[in-house]
Design a protein around this ligand. Structure first.
Ligand code: SF4
Length: 235
C-alpha cells in the first residue's frame, strides 16, 4: 500500500506499526527510502540543529526535503547559526516555525522567565503548539531520537504511530550509538553545533540547557534539577 489522500487514520496507524517491526533491522537510508515510497514528499524532518545527520540522510533520499526548525526565541546563537548554515549548505528546505507570541509578548502576558516558573506552559506555547501547526501539511515526520539518548528513549521504534499528531513517525537513527553518529559525521564532513564540543550533550533553549557533568547521559543537561526530561514534542 502507498499512502494517498484516501488513506484513513487507522490504515496509517497499521502501516506504522507493521513498518516498525519489519524495518527494525533496516538501515536509516532504507527506512527513509520506505518513507519516500509511501509518502512521496509528504513528510518532513524535525531538527533541533544539534547536528545535521538526519537532515543529510533525508536529503540524500529526497533532495529538497522540508526541515522544520522551531525557533523558540530562546536558542543559543550557535543554534541559529547552525540553522542558517544548514539552509545554505544542504539540499533541504528549512522551515523556521515561530511561536504565536514573541518572548516579549509572552513576558508581558505571563511575566518574565516563565521557563523557570512553569516550563510545561512555556514549552507548550513555544514548542508543542508550533510543532503541531508545522506538522499539519504532512502524513509523516522524521526525528533524530535515539535509544542511546536517555532511559526514557530506550524503547523508541524506527517507525511508530504518533497518535498525538495522527502521523507516522520515523526514527531512522533510533538504533544508532554515539559512535555511529560520530562516524557518519566524520565520513560526510557534516556540520555540528559547536556547543557539542563545549560540554553540552543535547542542545535546547539556552535557559533550560546546561553542560553535562561527568558520567551523565546526553540529555541530563536539559531542565537540570527538575524531573522533566522531554518538552512534550515526542511524548
Ligand atoms: Fe521555554 Fe525552556 Fe521549554 Fe524553551 S525549553 S520552550 S525556554 S521551558
Amino acid at each position: 500500500m502507498s499512502v494517498d489522500s484516501q488513506t484513513s487514520t487507522d490504515e496509517l496507524r497499521l502501516l506504522a506499526e507493521r513498518a516498525g517491526e519489519q524495518l527494525e533491522s533496516a538501515s536509516a537510508t532504507e527506512i527513509l527510502r520506505w518513507a519516500v515510497a509511501q509518502f512521496g514528499s509528504d513528510w518532513c524532518v524535525a531538527s533541533s540543529m544539534a547536528d545535521t545527520v538526519l537532515s543529510h540522510l533525508a536529503s540524500e533520499v529526497l533532495p529538497g526535503v522540508d526541515v522544520i526548525f522551531l525557533d523558540t526565541g530562546y536558542h543559543f546563537a550557535e543554534t541559529i547559526g547552525m540553522r542558517d548554515a544548514v539552509a545554505a549548505t544542504l539540499p533541504v528546505s528549512v522551515r523556521t516555525i515561530l511561536p504565536l507570541r514573541t518572548v516579549a509578548e509572552q513576558d508581558a502576558r505571563f511575566g518574565p522567565r516563565l521557563h523557570q516558573r512553569d516550563p510545561d506552559a512555556c514549552c507548550a506555547m513555544r514548542k508543542v503548539e508550533p510543532l503541531n501547526r508545522a506538522l499539519m501539511p504532512y502524513r509523516a515526520w522524521a526525528s533524530g531520537l535515539r535509544r542511546a539518548d536517555s532511559a526514557g528513549r530506550a524503547g523508541t521504534r524506527v517507525v511508530e504511530w504518533d497518535a498525538k499528531h495522527g502521523l507516522v513517525k520515523l526514527n531512522p537513527i533510533a538504533a544508532w550509538t554515539d559512535a555511529d553518529v560520530q562516524a557518519y559525521i566524520d565520513e560526510h564532513g557534516l556540520l555540528v553545533n559547536p556547543l557539542l564540543s563545549e560540554g553540552y550533550g543535547s542542545i535546547g533553549c539556552a535557559p533550560c540547557t546546561r553542560r553535562l557533568l561527568p558520567g551523565e547521559d546526553a540529555r541530563a543537561g536539559r531542565w537540570a534539577g527538575t524531573s522533566r526530561t522531554e518538552c512534550g514534542m515526542h511524548v
